[in-house]
Design a protein around this ligand. Structure first.
Ligand SMILES: Cc1cc2nc3c(=O)[nH]c(=O)nc-3n(C[C@H](O)[C@H](O)[C@H](O)COP(=O)(O)O)c2cc1C
Length: 639
C-alpha cells in the first residue's frame, strides 16, 4: 500500500544519525527528574512510550550544563560526570523501544533563581533583570570562558551517555539568547553591539562543542525565529544568526519562537492557528543550507506532511500532540482513534510554570505511564451506571468499558459533552470539542450504552437494571444572583452561549472569570455593547497565562468595557447597581444581564442500597475540566 505520509515517513540522515522518519518530539520540560536532576523511572517510561509510538527522535528537555544554570527544580542535570549513568539508562531504554534520542543543553542565565540555586545571584550578559526577575551579575571574560566550557563538557557527556545528538538551547530568552537579544545585552565589549558580537557567545560555545564531540556528532541549535518583543531580536536577526550557526558548524536549525514576555509564541495556546511558525521557518530555511525543524501547533500527520511537501521545513516537531497521545504516529497510520491535544496548556506548561510535574488534560496517563503501564482488565466485569455525559462521565465510561465493565451512560441533554461542550462554543475555543468527539468515538466503539435526554431519578436506576455501581458525574449548576425575583432579561452565561436567551444591544456580564470573559467576547463579536463587571482586581484570573494574555487583547479589540473591583449590589430589569472603591455606581439602559458567577455542585444524590455510589467531577466540587477528566480516569481504573 502506498504510504500516505510519503515524505514524513522517509528516512533522514544527519551526519552519523539516520532517522527512520522526519518526526521530532521537541524538548519539553516535565519536572520528572529528581530534585538533583537525576533521571527517574517515570522519566524513562514517558520517553519510551513516545519512542515506541513511532516518533523519529525524542529531544530531551533543557538539561542544565552548570550547577547554578537551572530555572526550576526537577530539571535534568548534565553538569557533572555523575549524571552520565542515569542519562545512559534513558538512552538505552529509548533505543530499545526503537527510537533515537538527543538532549537539549542550556543555561538559564538571568532566568535562574537564587532561591533554588543556593542563594547564588544569576549570571547574565548584562545586569538587566527579566520581567519580575532578580538583577543578574554581569559576566566577565573568565566567567564566559567557564560557562562555554560547561556547555562543551555537557555535550561530551551527552555523547558518552550514548545520545544520538545534542541540541544547543539558543532560544526562549535563556543565557545564549540573552547574549543575542539587544533587550538583555547592552555590553560594549566583543559580546555586545552588532549581531556578530551578540552571536559570539553562541558561536564560541558551538565551536568548543564541535571540537569536543568531533565532526560526526550531530549538533542541533534551537533558536527563536522572532522574539516578538519590541526592540528584541527579530526575524531579520534570526536569519543572520542561523547563517552564522551554519558557518559555525551546526547541523540542524530548530526554529521556535518567543521569550518569556511573549510566552504565547513559545507554547501557543488553542487560540493560535495551527502551524503558527511555518512562515518563520520558511524564511530561515531560505537563509541557510541546513535542515530546519518546524514546530508550533502542528497536530496531525496530515499537517506535518503538507509542510514538508511545500518544502517549508525538513523535519517536523510535534510536542503537546505527543503528550496527548504518545501513539499518534503509529495510530494515525493505522487509522486509529487519536486523542487530540487541544492546546489548553493546563496540564503541561501551566503546571510546569507553577512548579509541578506535567500531565495532560486529555491524557490523564501522561506522566503516570510508569505507574500505569496499561489500563488492564478488571478482575470482575461489573454493571455500571454513569449519570452525566460531561468530561468526567465520558472519560470514566471510556476507561471502565475498556477494562471490561458493562457501562450505561445517562445524559439529560440530547448531546454529550456536558459543560465541556458548552465551553467549546465561545470564539477560539472550538478545539475543545475535538476531545469531546474523541471520547464519544471511544465509548461508541467500546459498546457503552447511552440513554440521551433522560433526567434520571434514583428509582429509575433500580428498575429493571441491576447495577453493581453507580457513578454520579452530574456536573455543576450555575450560581444565581441572590434576589427575590429574577427579571426575565437575566440569563446564565451557558444559556446565552447556547442561544437560549435573546439578547438586546446593551449587555452587562457579571463575573469576569474565564466563563464571563469568554461569554463577553462571544457577545461583543456580534457587535453588541458589553460591560464586564468583576469584583476582583483583575479579570480571567482562573485562565492559563498564555490563553489569558490573548483573551485580554481580544476583549480590548472588541471594545468590551471592563470594570474591576466592582461588587454588584442590585440587579434590576434595566440597570445594574454596584459599589466600587466605596462609592455606588449604576449602569443604566441595560437590555440584558448575563450571570457568570461560577458553579455549585449538582447535588443529585441517589440512595440505592444495592449499589455502591461514587461521585466524580464538578458534582463533587466544581473545578476545571482537567480535574473532572482525571477523576473519571482514575475511578475507571480503580473500579
Ligand atoms: C510543558 C512544556 C515544556 C517545554 N519545555 C521546553 C524546553 O525545555 N525547551 C525548549 O526549547 N522548549 C520547550 N517547550 C516548547 C516546545 O518544545 C515546543 O516548541 C512548543 O510546545 C510548541 O510545540 P507544540 O505546539 O507542538 O507543542 C516546552 C513546551 C511545553 C508544552
Amino acid at each position: 500500500m502506498k504510504e500516505k505520509f510519503e515524505i514524513l515517513f522517509s528516512p533522514f540522515t544527519i551526519k552519523s544519525l539516520v532517522l527512520k522518519n522526519r518526526l521530532v518530539m521537541p524538548p519539553m520540560g516535565t519536572s520528572f527528574s529528581t530534585s538533583f536532576g537525576g533521571v527517574t523511572p517515570r522519566f524513562i517510561r514517558y520517553h519510551c512510550e513516545r519512542a515506541a509510538g513511532g516518533v523519529g527522535i525524542n529531544l530531551v528537555e533543557f538539561a542544565f550544563v552548570e550547577a547554578w544554570g537551572r530555572l526550576s527544580s526537577h530539571m535534568p542535570a548534565i553538569y557533572d560526570d555523575s549524571h552520565i549513568p542515569g542519562l545512559k539508562s534513558l538512552v538505552e531504554a529509548v533505543h530499545q523501544a526503537g527510537g533515537k534520542i538527543g538532549i537539549q543543553i542550556g543555561h538559564a542565565g538571568r532566568r535562574a533563581r537564587s532561591s533554588i540555586n543556593g542563594g547564588r545571584r544569576p549570571w547574565a550578559p548584562s545586569p538587566i533583570p527579566e520581567l519580575g526577575g532578580e538583577i543578574p551579575y554581569e559576566m566577565n571574560q573568565s566567567q564566559i570562558d567557564y560557562l562555554q566550557e560547561c556547555f562543551n563538557k555537557a555535550a561530551q557527556r551527552a555523547k558518552k551517555a550514548g545520545f544520538d545528538a545534542v541540541e544547543l538551547h539558543a532560544a526562549h530568552g535563556y543565557l545564549i539568547h540573552q547574549f543575542l537579544s539587544p533587550l538583555s545585552n547592552n555590553r560594549s565589549d566583543r559580546y555586545g553591539g552588532s549581531l556578530e558580537n551578540r552571536s559570539r557567545f553562541a558561536l564560541e560555545t558551538l565551536a568548543r562543542i564541535r571540537e569536543g564531540v568531533g565532526d560526526e556528532f550531530p549538533i542541533f541549535c534551537r533558536i527563536s525565529g522572532d522574539e516578538f518583543v519590541e526592540g528584541g531580536s527579530s526575524l531579520a536577526e534570526a536569519k543572520g544568526f542561523a547563517k552564522l550557526l551554519e558557518e559555525g558548524g551546526a547541523d540542524v536549525i530548530d526554529v521556535s519562537a518567543g521569550v518569556l514576555e511573549s510566552a504565547q509564541k513559545t507554547v501557543p495556546p488553542m487560540a493560535v492557528e495551527h502551524g503558527c511558525n511555518v512562515g518563520l521557518t520558511e524564511e530561515i530555511k531560505r537563509h541557510t543550507n541546513l535542515p530546519v525543524i518546524c514546530v508550533g501547533r502542528i497536530k496531525t500527520l496530515e499537517e506535518a506532511e503538507l509542510i514538508l511537501q511545500k518544502k517549508s521545513a525538513d523535519l517536523i516537531a510535534m510536542g503537546r500532540a505527543l503528550i496527548a497521545d504518545p501513539e499518534l504516529p503509529r495510530k494515525t497510520r493505522a487509522g486509529g482513534n487519536v486523542r487530540p491535544c487541544i492546546g489548553c496548556n493546563q496540564g503541561c506548561i501551566d503546571r510546569l510554570y507553577n512548579g509541578l510535574a506535567i500531565t495532560c488534560l486529555v491524557n490523564a496517563r501522561a506522566g503516570r505511564e510508569f505507574q500505569i503501564p496499561s489500563l488492564g482488565k478488571a478482575p470482575v466485569s461489573k454493571k455500571i451506571a454513569v449519570i452525566g455525559g460531561g468530561p468526567a462521565g465520558l472519560e470514566f465510561a471510556r476507561v471502565a468499558s475498556e477494562r471490561g465493565h458493562k457501562v450505561t451512560l445517562y445524559e439529560k441533554e440530547r448531546e454529550l459533552g456536558g459543560r465541556f461542550r458548552i465551553a467549546s462554543l465561545p470564539p477560539k475555543r472550538g478545539e475543545i470539542n475535538e476531545f469531546v468527539q474523541y471520547l464519544i468515538r471511544s465509548i461508541r466503539s467500546l459498546g457503552v450504552k447511552t440513554e440521551m435526554g433522560v433526567s434520571v431519578k434514583p428509582e429509575d436506576l433500580v428498575k429493571g437494571e441491576d447495577f453493581d455501581e453507580v457513578v454520579v458525574a452530574a456536573g455543576g449548576v450555575p450560581i444565581p444572583f441572590p434576589m427575590a425575583e429574577t427579571p426575565s432579561n437575566v440569563s446564565f452565561a451557558e444559556d446565552v452561549l447556547q442561544k437560549k436567551a435573546p439578547l438586546g444591544a446593551k449587555i452587562v456580564v457579571i463575573g469576569g472569570g474565564m466563563v464571563g470573559c469568554e461569554t463577553a467576547e462571544w457577545i461583543a463579536e456580534s457587535g453588541r455593547q458589553v460591560t464586564l463587571l468583576e469584583q476582583l482586581p483583575e479579570i480571567a484570573g482562573d485562565m492559563e497565562a498564555r490563553t489569558r494574555k490573548l483573551m485580554l487583547s481580544r476583549l480590548d479589540s472588541n471594545r468590551v468595557e471592563i470594570l474591576c473591583n466592582g461588587v454588584v449590589e442590585r440587579v434590576e430589569k434595566d440597570r445594574v447597581i454596584y459599589r466600587q472603591g466605596g462609592l455606588r455606581f449604576e449602569i443604566g439602559g441595560v437590555d440584558h444581564i448575563v450571570l457568570a458567577l461560577g458553579y455549585k455542585a449538582n447535588d443529585f444524590n441517589p440512595q440505592i442500597p444495592s449499589a455502591k455510589i461514587h461521585r466524580i467531577g464538578d458534582c463533587l466540587r466544581p473545578r476545571k475540566a482537567i480535574e473532572a477528566v482525571h477523576e473519571g480516569f482514575l475511578l475507571g481504573l480503580e473500579i
